[in-house]
Ligand binder design. Sequence first.
Ligand code: 5GP
Ligand code: MG
Length: 179
Amino acid sequence: MKTVKIRDKEFSISIGEKDILKAVQKVADRINSDMDGKHPLFIAILNGSFMFASDLFKRLSIPCEISFVKLSSYVGTKTTENVKTLIGLDENIEGRHIIIIEDIVDSGHTIEDILNNLKQYSPASVKVATLLFKPNAYKKNITLDYVGIEIPNDFIVGYGLDYDGDGRNLADIYKIIEK
Ligand code: 5GP
Ligand code: MG
């Protein structure tokens, strides 16, 4: 079994590069057929989604654009109130067909915040493409339009996803070995 050590934790291989790219191709195929003629604007959420965004974008054959944003979280007036805003969205998205590119959807809080942020600018439509999805952790009713791979509730790293900043460079996806 292929394992890696990142900082203080051990991880074992979970999804190999070949299977990741197969899932990316399937998502690309569906988007190519659904969004034909719609000139979508992809909004990739940094940092985690950069590898997925890159591999997905290379596989798109329709006219399209991409922009990269970051999610900042800052504390509101109450310390419990966490308001997340999008940083770096320069495009006017009014009337545009938007596809959000995420690395992973877990509880769904993050994707909900992103959708609420984008909807205030009146896009024509907003769809979600996520490489990974943890259905057993999901707490929202938002439809995830394009899901690459459904995974169990293990903590994973690699292919853009990090553990405390490290591990994003791994071409395969690894899951934590609980001791
Ligand atoms: P959610 O808001 O859906 O609970 O979580 C989404 C965010 O949590 C993701 O964008 C990602 O940054 C982080 N996350 C959730 N699960 C994992 C995981 O297994 N590994 C890593 N590295 N990040 C995760
Ligand atoms: Mg993320």
